[in-house]
Design a protein around this ligand. Structure first.
Ligand code: ADP
Ligand code: MG
Length: 489
């Protein structure tokens, strides 16, 4: 008897902190890394009589997210209280949106590793159910005998982006989170750093026999702290569920915790039902009406999305896919590239300098935190463009350009200045090059003989010698012409 084959089905609930100046329902500042319990006020602490007031910036950012992910924006959305008793929320309820969220539907375009379909058109799109806006809760830290609470995060605007059960492998989950993060960072919604809790993800995982329509019993995974962590946790959970079923067991709907160090999941609790939260409309807040004019104004602020930019770079500048994939996830780097292209003639070469040399220099100038931010570098688009142009005009060879790149980067000196100071200008002095070429021809009888005997490649050995004699400063095109001329005599 052949073993039953199972397939995985995954739906993600992603929380993203919207980076606004103040909190969701009060004017106290929102922030990260401040001393505990300093970003609080009577509203955050739920003191009697304190009343919430909506944050316009948070609502506009939510509409923006909805628009960039192709959601339908609700014309009316409202606020509900999600009641629960736990010290991370001093009011004993969280203000959220239950049955009338701000965004409905939508999709996230995903690209699987190794896929190069950006060249041909859109990738697969994963369906979203809804996006709602709510307030974040405080952070508890548990010790052996007691727990401490910090309300700095409590009351910060938090978007919950809920996908349909429309992901089918750990790699798709990874691609989804990467794409979502890139898009949200592009639009200035959030930095989406999972390690700082700016983006958090719960994964709902189930398996079913291949060919079965109905979904299997789902398990909700928590404590997935990095994008790779989500991929690993989901991968483990799929295997665990598959072996339980293969061994004749059954699964229970529950919440499990991923232990990243030991790499396994453990049961936390069986899942609460929605009615446990006793949702009801918040009597302190009015529903929000959103009209077309408002939506259209926000639509104008949406930047080009990463995959759209990638397709455009390939088409408009003729860039190979391999240059666009390190470039396009980073909007600042893309802007740097386009500013360089505006000043030079060769977009492909400009892209090469940026994705190879500039990224390498940034990373070696960085520290444990990561590469040096582009904004801190002394190198500007004008520097890269000048380098491209110097090579293009034949003023310097590409080897010399490679050599001076690190110095330009480190000092901020313009490439032409370094070339002048060091006397690195390419020799296009025909008389001088003719003398050197004749000398090389005399010194290399074997290569000359091979070339004359029809071995075309033998000329490269001669060119190499000329380059060596001129310390790489000879104009390679000119050397080629002179050598051929001399050899034909
Ligand atoms: P709950 O009421 O338990 O919160 P929802 O229906 O709201 O469940 O779904 C929460 C998330 O779980 C969504 O992202 C959804 O796509 C996903 N999901 C629901 N059922 C399944 C399933 N059987 N397998 C995988 N994911 C699922
Ligand atoms: Mg739910």
């Amino acid at each position: 008897m052949s073993e039953i084959q199972y397939e995985a089905v995954i739906g993600l609930e992603v929380h993203v902190q919207a980076e606004t100046r103040s909190k969701m329902f009060t004017r106290v500042a929102r922030g990260f890394g401040e001393p505990p319990n300093t970003l609080t006020d009577p509203v955050v602490l739920g003191l009697p009589g304190a009343l919430p007031v909506m944050n316009l910036e948070a609502i506009e950012k939510s509409i923006k997210v909805g628009l960039l992910l192709g959601c339908e924006i609700a014309r009316v959305c409202k606020w509900d209280r999600k009641n629960y008793f736990y010290p991370d929320m001093p009011k004993n309820y969280q203000i959220s949106q239950y049955d009338q969220p701000i965004c409905l539907g939508g999709e996230v375009e995903i690209e699987l590793e190794g896929e190069t379909r950006a060249v041909m058109g859109p990738h697969r799109k994963v369906k979203l159910t809804r996006i709602h806006l709510e307030e974040d809760v405080g952070k508890l830290t548990h010790y052996e005998n007691d727990s401490l609470v910090d309300y700095n995060r409590a009351g910060s605007p938090l978007l919950e982006i809920v996908s349909e059960p429309d992901l089918f492998s750990p790699d798709e989950v990874f691609a989804y989170l990467t794409s979502l993060r890139n898009s949200l960072v592009y639009a200035g919604i959030s930095d989406c750093d999972m390690e700082k809790g700016q983006m958090r993800c719960d994964a709902n995982v189930s398996v079913r026999p291949v060919g079965q329509k109905e979904l299997g019993t789902k398990v909700e995974l928590k404590n997935l702290n990095t994008i790779s962590g989500v991929r690993n946790g989901v991968e483990y959970e799929i295997q665990r569920q598959t072996s339980v079923l293969r061994e004749g067991g059954s699964l229970t709907q529950e919440t499990r915790r991923w232990n990243p160090d030991q790499r396994y999941t453990t049961a936390m609790r069986s899942k609460e039902m929605a009615h446990d939260y006793r949702y009801f409309p918040d009597p302190d807040l009015m529903p929000v009406k959103i009209d077309d004019a408002w939506i259209e104004r926000i639509r104008e602020e949406i930047p080009e999305m990463p995959f759209d930019k990638q397709r455009r770079f390939i088409e408009q500048y003729g860039l190979p896919y391999s240059s666009t994939s390190p470039l396009c996830p980073d909007k600042e780097l893309c802007d740097f590239f386009e500013a360089t292209v505006a000043r030079c003639k060769d977009p492909k070469k400009a892209a090469n300098w940026i994705v190879n040399d500039l990224l390498r220099e940034l990373s070696s100038a960085g520290d444990e935190e990561g590469p040096m931010p582009l904004g801190n570098a002394k190198m500007t688009p004008a520097h890269v463009a000048e380098l491209v142009n110097l090579v293009e005009e034949g003023s310097i060879s590409s080897n010399i350009a490679k050599e001076i790149f690190p110095e330009t980067f480190a000092t901020g000196k313009m490439p032409a200045q370094i070339v002048d100071e060091k006397g690195l200008k390419q020799t296009s002095d025909t008389g001088e090059l003719e003398t050197i070429c004749s000398q090389v021809i005399t010194d290399q009888p074997k290569a000359v003989e091979e070339f004359k005997g029809g071995k075309e490649n033998a000329i490269n050995a001669l060119k190499g010698q000329v380059m060596k004699a001129t310390r790489g400063q000879a104009n390679p095109k000119l050397v080629d012409e002179i050598l051929r001329e001399l050899l034909s005599q």
